[in-house]
Design a protein around this ligand. Structure first.
Ligand code: SF4
Length: 282
């Protein structure tokens, strides 16, 4: 079977940096506690856990200094609520911050616009850790996930609208257009969409138009992977979102000649290679 791989797919620089940092700390013999899963990929996290990484949900779960060794709290690329940073400081723990620079930019913009008196609106998933963390940087930050959520916005005042870094550009534009139609006197729109994400989306759409079936590899919790799969489906393409080769079933490629493969920003290269090798062997 012919297998084509998207021009841009797999690890982004933010995820790569987070993994490198975790590996360096573990290699240096540090006791590292990551707040939440380091990336949305079970296999990559399992590898780090076998090297000693511990995953906790709250700073309170991190044990205090033992034999003079202070544990390190690792902040993942999605960033964290400012209260988390305060808690790390208060408890005298070491901080290793792998917040992606683009997520930091979003947090900074939320803070600046909020201080300037804007009602900050973030377009994205209210349950995503990046969005929940960003909300902590401003006052009363509102999250809009879809058209129905627009009803919660204030009727008047000045709005600053930005986006979860991994949100689709087309949907961001659509929702901004609907907000503009509401007639606010001032709307400040800041494009906080990550180019790494949009490049992967453009490459996936391009590929989906050349193949008979698309495979999108990545964790089920990975927002950017889900978005890639959704985009391919919107092209009318039969699309399977799988975590790895272990989830593949031969009937997925029955009657097809060319398969396309792409992967989310938190999918390691070895998962992509293993999958492509498996498909090519059919
Ligand atoms: S997808 Fe973009 S914003 Fe998210 S970690 Fe990667 S580079 Fe950073």
């Amino acid at each position: 079977m012919q297998v084509l791989i998207a021009q841009q797919c797999g690890f982004c620089f933010g995820v790569e940096r987070a993994i490198d940092l975790a590996e360096q700390l573990l290699a240096a013999g540090k006791r590292v506690y990551c707040l939440g899963s380091l990336i949305h990929n079970e296999q990559a996290v399992a590898r780090l856990e076998s090297a000693g990484l511990k995953v906790v949900e709250e700073v309170s779960e991190v044990p205090t200094a033992d034999n003079g060794e202070v544990p390190t709290v690792l902040i993942r690329s999605h960033g964290c609520h400012p209260k988390v940073l305060e808690a790390v400081k208060e408890r005298g723990l070491q901080l290793a911050d792998a917040t992606c620079v683009l997520v930091k930019r979003l947090q900074k913009l939320v803070s600046q616009c909020s201080e300037e008196g804007y009602q900050v609106v973030v377009i994205g998933d209210p349950d995503h850790p990046e969005v929940r963390a960003a909300q902590g940087y401003g006052k009363g930050v509102m999250v809009v996930a879809n058209e129905a959520d627009l009803a919660q916005l204030p009727q008047t005042g000045k709005l600053a609208v930005m986006s979860q870094t991994t949100h689709g550009a087309a949907d961001f534009g659509r929702l901004v257009g609907l907000i503009a139609a509401k007639g606010y006197t001032e709307i400040k729109v800041v494009n906080t969409i990550c180019r790494e994400t949009s490049r992967r989306q453009e490459a996936a759409v391009e590929l989906a138009n050349e193949v008979d079936v698309m495979f999108v590899l990545g964790g089920r919790q990975s927002a950017n992977t889900r978005e890639l799969a959704e985009l391919c489906r919107r092209q009318g393409m039969e699309t399977y979102h799988l975590q790895d080769w272990g989830e593949f079933k031969p009937q997925y490629v029955e009657g097809t000649k060319i398969a396309g493969v792409t992967a989310g920003a938190s999918t390691p290269r070895w998962i992509i290679e293993q999958f492509v090798d498996g498909l090519r062997a059919i």
